[in-house]
Design a binder for this molecule. Sequence first.
Ligand code: TEU
Ligand code: CA
Length: 539
Amino acid sequence: MTDWWRGAVIYQVYPRSFQDSNGDGIGDLPGIMRRLDHIASLGVDCIWLSPINQSPQRDMGYDVSDYKEVDRLFGSLEDFDDLIKRAHALGLKVIIDQVLSHSSDMHPWFRESRLNRTNAKADWYVWADPRRDGSPPNNWPSVFGGRAWEWNPSRGQYYFHNFLIEQPDLNFHNPDVQDAVLDVMRFWLERGVDGFRLDTVNYYFQDKLLRNNPPARRPKHLPYAVNPYDMQDHKFGKSQPENVGFLKRVRKLLDQYPGTTTVGEVGDSHRGLQLMEEYTSGGDKLHMAYTFDMLGPEFTAEHFRTKMAKFFVGAPNGWPCWSFSNHDVNRHMTRWAPYSRSPADLAREAAAMLLSFKGSVCLYQGEELGLPEADILFEELTDPPGIRFWPEYKGRDGARTPMPWEEGEAPNGFSSAKPWLPVKPNHSALNVAAQNADPDSTLSFYRKALAFRRAHPVFASGDIEFLKVAEPLLAFRRTGTDDAITCLFNLSADPLTVTLDGGEGLEPLELSHGAERRKSKLKLEANGFAFFATSEMKV
Ligand code: TEU
Ligand code: CA
C-alpha cells in the first residue's frame, strides 16, 4: 500500500479556477467538494491541490504568508478537513502544494527579518551586502525578469528572490529554517494529507559564496525567449548539493506517515536529469521527480523516446512523474496543434500516450476536456511575468481560466459572478455537461483510457522498451511478469501504414483508435494509435 504512488495518476486542481461556491468569481474548497464526483468519475488515484495557504496572491498563492492557514478566498481549515474526508471516502488521495523555497514578503518571518541585522529571524532569508559601488552582490537574475536582488534600506542590504520581489527566498543553510518548514509539513501530515507536491524543490539552497553564474552553455528558447534569465547557467542560484541532505530530512518525516508521498518539481535546464537521479534514488529522499521534459513544443517520437529512455538510464533507481500540461505552460492542445488536423484526434492521442508511459502521471484540470490555451487579452491579464514580457511572452493565465461545467454561456456554471479570468467561447463549447452526454467526447475517452490503464497493471508497474522505428511512429513495449502490451502511435497528421512482424491474428485492443489491421499491415490514421496484447511484435 505504501507504493500506491508508483504509476499513479494525479489530477491537478487549480483551486482558483475549479468551482466557485460563494459568488466572488474565484474557485474555492467548497466548490472543489461540489465537483469531487467529477474527479472520482475519471478514475484517477490522487488529487494535487495547487496552493491554498494564506497568501497576498501576488503569484496566485505561490507566495505564502501563513503556511498553517487556508486563505479566506478558498475557505477554512474546516473546509480543508472536510475535503480530505470526502476525497478519501471516494478513494482519492490528496496531496497539496508546499511552496517552501520562498515565502511571501508579507509573512511574519520576513517582516521581522527585514527590520535589522540582529533580530531573531535576521538570518532566515538570503541577505547580502552591496558591492562597493552599491550594486547587488552578484549577477543572478529573477526567473520572472529583472535582477534577483532587492534593496532593503533598513538593513542596508539586498535580499534574494528567485521569483517576484514579493517572494523572498528562505535561507535553507539555517537549520532553524529547515526545522520550521518541516514543522509546516508535519502540520499538514497530521491533518491527513497523503503527501506533497514540492514547489521548486531544487531552489531551496543558494551558493554560500554567492558566486556569479556563468553564461548558459546553450541558451534556452522557451518559454522565455525574451527573458535574460535564459542566458545564464544557474549554477549558483539554485540546485546546490546541500539540498540532498535536506531532502533526506523531509523523507525521514514522511516515513513516519506510511503511505505518504512527495513529488518534487525539478526545474533545471542544465542539470535536471542529474538532479532527478540524486533526489529520487535510494528511497531516502524524494519519491518522485516532476519533470519539465514534456511541457515544451516538441511532439516527435524521438523527443518522447529520448526523454523517457534518458530518465530510466540516467536515473535507474528514480521515479518520474510526467505531464503534458500544468498551470505554468501553454496547454498541450495548443502547443501541439501543428501535429494534427483535428483537436479531438490530438486530445485522444495525447491522453493515450501519456497514460501508457512508464512513470506516474499528472493530468491538469481541463485537459480531460481537450481545452486549448485560452486567448487572454492584455487587459484581462493578471500574471506578473505575462504583464512584464507581453507580447513576446503572454504569461500563464491562458492555462488558468475557469473550468466550463455546464451547457450554455460563460462562465458555464463556474460562478454566479464574473470570474477572475474569463471563460472563452471555445471553452464554453467544451463544457463538462455536453461531454458527459457524448460517448465519443474527449472526456469519455479519458475515462476509457484511465480504465484501460487500471485494467492492465503493466502500465503502472511494467518495464518500457522502445522499438527502433522511424518518425513519425512512436513504438514501445510495456512488459510485466505476466502481461505485455505493444503500443504504437502515429504522431502526425497524415495516415501511415506499417508492417507488423509477430502477434499474428491479434486485433488492436479496444482503446486503440484510427487503427486497422489487415494481415501484416497496420494502417494508422492521422494521430491514430494501436495497442496489442503481446511482447512478440516487431514493426
Ligand atoms: O514554478 C517553477 C518554475 O520553474 C516556473 O518558473 C516556470 O518555469 C514558469 O512558471 C514558466 O513556465 C513554480 C510554480 O509552478 C509556479 O506557478 C510559481 O510561479 C513558481 O514556482 C514560483 O513559486
Ligand atoms: Ca469563491
